[in-house]
Design a binder for this molecule. Structure first.
Ligand code: ADP
Ligand code: MG
Length: 153
C-alpha cells in the first residue's frame, strides 16, 4: 500500500499540509488520526476542514465525541474518541449512520473504538520530533491510495 511521510515544523505548516490533504480526500472517506495527546491531530483536522471551507475554530470534541460540520453540500464529522469508555458505546451513538451520511469522517483516537469502526481509507500517525512533527499517511483502501498518489505527485 502507498504511504507518504513528511516532517512539519510549526502549526502553520501542519494546517497547510492538512488543507492539501483535505483537498485530495475522496467522497465518503474515513480518516484515522493517531498520536499522543498534543501530537497535532486536531491541528491537522483543522487544515483538512479548511479544505472543505471551514475557516473557524476547531475544538476537540472530547466530551461530545463528535462535531458535525455542514459545509456547502458536504457533511463532515470530526470525532474524538479519547473519552469513549467502551467501543460498544459507538453502537449507541449510531456510528453506522454517521459513517453513511458523511462525505468525510475524521477520527481522533480511533484505537478507542477498536472493533466498532470499519477499516479507514487513510491512517495518519503523528509523532513529536524535537518540537516538530513527523506525519505518516498510509493508504488502507484503493480510495485512500488515490489521495496519496496525489500527495506524492
Ligand atoms: P491533539 O489533537 O493531537 O491532541 P492538538 O492539535 O490539539 O493535538 O495540539 C497540538 C499542539 O501542537 C498545538 O499546540 C499545536 O500548536 C502544536 N503543533 C501542531 N503541529 C505542530 C508542528 N508540526 N510542529 C510544532 N508544533 C505543532
Ligand atoms: Mg485533539
Amino acid at each position: 500500500r502507498e504511504s507518504f511521510d513528511i516532517h512539519l515544523a510549526g502549526e502553520d505548516a501542519m494546517v497547510a499540509f492538512g488543507r492539501q490533504l483535505g483537498s485530495m480526500l475522496p467522497d465518503g472517506c474515513l480518516v484515522f488520526l493517531e498520536g499522543d495527546l498534543g501530537a497535532g491531530k486536531t491541528t491537522l483536522s483543522r487544515g483538512m476542514l479548511s479544505a472543505f471551507g471551514h475557516h473557524g475554530v476547531v475544538k476537540s470534541p472530547t466530551y461530545t465525541l463528535v462535531e458535525p460540520y455542514h459545509l456547502g453540500k458536504k457533511l463532515i464529522y470530526h470525532f474524538d474518541l479519547y473519552r469513549l469508555g467502551d467501543p460498544e458505546e459507538l453502537e449507541y451513538i449510531g456510528i453506522r449512520d454517521y459513517l453513511q451520511q458523511a462525505n468525510c469522517c475524521l477520527v481522533e483516537w480511533p484505537e478507542r473504538g477498536a472493533g466498532m469502526l470499519p477499516e479507514p481509507d487513510l491512517r495518519i500517525q503523528i509523532r513529536i520530533e524535537n518540537g516538530a512533527r513527523r506525519v505518516l499517511v498510509e493508504a488502507n483502501t484503493e480510495r485512500g491510495e488515490g489521495a496519496i498518489k496525489q500527495l506524492a505527485a
